[in-house]
Design a protein around this ligand. Structure first.
Ligand code: GAP
Length: 456
């Protein structure tokens, strides 16, 4: 058997559309550049990604969650440095009118147009990436608000609220998942870089002086998280930011990068933000944001270790890593199947129920199995995400489930009426087993609890 991973992003884009993961936004109107809609399977996959992250963060004793508003007081963005400094260098080509980022089209030390290679360009100007809109019915200077370009600031401005209401002592963290918006000059590569995206950010507040040790601890924890998602260590690596790369707020920064089909790119940033944000907000708001340490009886501004990952980008990496084509030589020639090898905890559907025929009593019996698998029971078995597919030959239905990454298929046939057993077919090995219906749910949950045997 030959196994091939994903070479071209376009292969994944078409699978995502064909199988209901991701569609182009407003497609019937010709689409909107770099905007994407998550279909039924994509929405579920992304939700599982968020749940994995949320659980990994908030199941720790010293981390709590938050869900702040997208609109924030405009002064927030002055304090954070985004009004002044959240810009990209923008250049227009006078020859072909292409607009592009100057820093992304440098050939032999000179900026040239990426479209026609002309060097007849306008002067470089700073283009602010924040989207601006207005709040309320009157458009004047005071009504301008921004769509947040990062979720982090919602955490900083709530530091005091969370710390006092939750009676937290340092060190502790605040985790948040939410939409962010950036008017990127060059979005692209499917859901990798878009203008509207979701972030999963955690700010960990520590005593100054302990920040470097915590930075290392968080690097380790984040690496471990990627391993629990089944990432192959050959496809992820750290990238340390050099001095010129460091964001205006960062004292130290490392990125987790992933080997996408278009190259190694950033997935997540781990930053030491020092007390930059809290001290800026303290200055700008006039409100004291210091922490009182009951042991030392001292007041100070905590330092912050931040972990920030794009949910869409992580979902893309999971899709890329899950994709494989398996080719077998059979009597009829070469046969290729596409498999999305998601871990059971991430798969949009964990089980598919496939009645062999639409005849009764098969459908009614399958309905009963569906009910049983999708509901949590009082004796501790979990609810599962289950598809119910009655369309097409059984072989075609297996292939569809392989392509949407369903780990197990359950087939109810005419023998099942007599022997009260079903065929369980495993996505990765294609091995089939007869399992009694009575034990089916325990069999499934037991096999999922051994995550390691699965692909991604
Ligand atoms: N609070 C820090 C911060 O926002 P960042 O490196 O600018 O740091 C964090 O963003 C993560 O958000 C990135 O590693 C990436 O995964 C995701 N991200 C940033 N811009 C994005 C975009 N335009 N489209 C999709 N994801 C994006």
């Amino acid at each position: 058997m030959k196994i091939k991973g994903l070479d071209e992003l376009s292969t994944l884009v078409s699978l995502c559309k064909r199988r209901g993961f991701i569609f182009q936004s407003s497609e019937i109107y010709g689409g909107l550049n770099s905007c994407w809609d998550y279909g039924p399977l994509g929405a579920q996959l992304k939700l599982q990604v968020k749940l994995a992250w949320w659980k990994a963060m908030t199941s720790q004793k010293n981390i709590v969650g938050l869900d702040a508003a997208i609109f924030m007081h405009p002064k927030v963005w002055e304090a954070s440095g985004h009004v002044e400094g959240f810009t990209d260098p923008l250049v227009d080509c006078k020859a072909c009118k292409t607009r592009f980022r100057a820093d992304q089209s440098i050939v032999d030390g000179n900026v040239v147009c990426p479209s026609c290679q002309s060097d007849d360009l306008t002067e470089e100007r700073a283009f602010n990436l924040m989207f601006q809109t207005q709040m309320g019915p009157v458009k004047d200077e005071g009504s301008a608000v921004y769509l947040r370009p990062e979720t982090a600031q919602g955490i900083f401005v709530n530091f005091e609220n969370v710390q006092t209401s939750m009676r937290k002592k340092l060190p502790f963290g605040i985790a948040q998942i939410g939409k962010s918006f950036r008017n990127e000059i060059t979005p692209g590569n499917f859901i990798f870089r878009t203008r509207e995206f979701e972030q999963m950010e955690m700010q960990f507040f520590v005593t100054p002086g302990e920040d470097e040790a915590w930075f290392d601890i968080w690097k380790e924890k984040r690496w471990a998280f990627y391993k629990t998602l089944g990432f192959n260590e050959e496809n992820i690596k750290w990238h340390e930011h050099g001095e010129k790369e460091l964001a205006h707020y960062a004292k130290q920064a490392y990125d987790v990068t992933y080997k996408f089909p278009f190259g190694w790119e950033e997935l997540e940033g781990v930053h030491n933000r020092s007390d930059f944000d809290l001290s800026q907000h303290q200055k700008m708001s006039g409100k004291k944001l210091e922490y009182f340490d009951p042991q030392t009886q001292k007041k100070f501004l905590p330092y912050v270790i931040e972990t920030a990952v794009g949910c869409d980008r992580l979902t893309l990496a999971i899709l890329c890593q899950a994709y494989r084509e398996e080719t077998r030589t059979t009597e009829k020639g070469e046969d290729t199947r596409v498999v999305m090898g998601f871990l059971p905890k991430l798969a949009p559907y964990q089980v598919a129920i496939l009645p062999l025929s639409k005849k009764e009593p098969l459908l009614t019996e399958c309905d009963k199995i569906f009910e049983n698998l999708t509901q949590a029971s009082s004796h501790g078995t979990q609810d599962l995400r289950v598809d119910f597919d009655i369309t097409g030959s059984i072989g075609k239905r297996y292939r569809r489930q392989d392509e949407i990454g369903t780990p197990l298929c359950v087939t109810y046939d005419f023998d099942s009426i007599e022997d009260k057993k079903v065929t369980v077919r495993h996505r990765d090995t294609m091995v089939q087993e007869r399992i009694s219906i009575e034990n089916l749910k325990t069999y499934i949950t037991d096999s999922f609890s051994q995550d390691a045997q699965w692909g991604l």
